[in-house]
Design a protein around this ligand. Structure first.
Ligand code: ADP
Ligand code: MG
Ligand code: MG
Length: 208
């Protein structure tokens, strides 16, 4: 079967921690341009705490994602902590111990719904919503075309990366970057960038 399960979730979260560590300075520098310079440190601290809590007693995908959610809520702080915490909590609720392509799309949809419920941003406001929205669109299209769960995640990740790039010319109207007004134009949104890295690791963990 192409379906994804606990081994995928564990590999994803370990991969996410490694890539966020690798890109810590890049995320700090992006957030220095239009925010307060802590996004790389926030994500690094959060995922280190998450990986420290991974153990054999976690029974399934939903258990992994719930632990990630509560740990990010309590360790990340700032805007990103509650936003990613809500995203992982909603994804956990939409998940199953055995994930087919439809479930993978449902998890991405749930994550985006959680982020929007929490942060009230829409597309074009230069936030992580601008990475998650194209990710969901691409994942849905791939699933409808018969893609495997891994290929759905690859489509989502590539669209998120393009979405993050597309934030560069946007003016921020939500979050800390909105305080800069027009001066936020010309910089890539840090949260969209970390979203692209997270989804890229989800695809890699699935073998895509
Ligand atoms: P803070 O801004 O509190 O320092 P972080 O630097 O960790 O928090 O995270 C900033 C990121 O959070 C931004 O780059 C943006 O992608 C995201 N963000 C901020 N506000 C919102 C919001 N209302 N909705 C969605 N995403 C948001
Ligand atoms: Mg910040
Ligand atoms: Mg901050």
């Amino acid at each position: 079967t192409d379906n994804l399960s606990l081994a995928w979730a564990l590999a994803w979260i370990r991969g996410a921690q490694a890539t966020l560590e690798e890109h810590r300075m890049e995320l700090i520098d992006l957030d220095r341009e239009i925010g307060d310079g802590d996004h790389g440190e926030n994500m690094s601290r959060g995922f280190k705490a998450v990986v420290a809590k991974l153990d054999d007693s976690i029974p399934d995908v939903q258990g992994v994602l719930k632990m990630v959610a509560s740990t990010l809520m309590s360790t990340v702080g700032g805007a990103a902590g509650p936003l990613y915490g809500t995203a992982f909590m909603r994804a956990a609720k939409a998940a199953d111990s055995d994930l087919d392509s439809e479930k993978v799309v449902a998890m991405i949809a749930a994550a985006l719904e959680g982020i929007v419920a929490r942060g009230k941003a829409t597309t074009g406001e230069k936030t992580m919503v601008d990475a998650w929205t194209p990710a969901l669109e691409a994942a849905t299209a791939a699933q409808q075309a018969g893609a495997t769960p891994a290929a759905v995640l690859r489509a989502a990740a590539d669209a998120a990366a393009a979405g993050a790039e597309a934030t560069i010319p946007m003016q921020a109207t939500k979050g800390r970057a909105s305080y800069l007004g027009e001066r936020s134009i010309g910089h890539k949104d840090p949260g969209s960038t970390s979203t692209a890295y997270l989804l890229d690791e989800a695809a890699k963990a699935a073998g895509a």
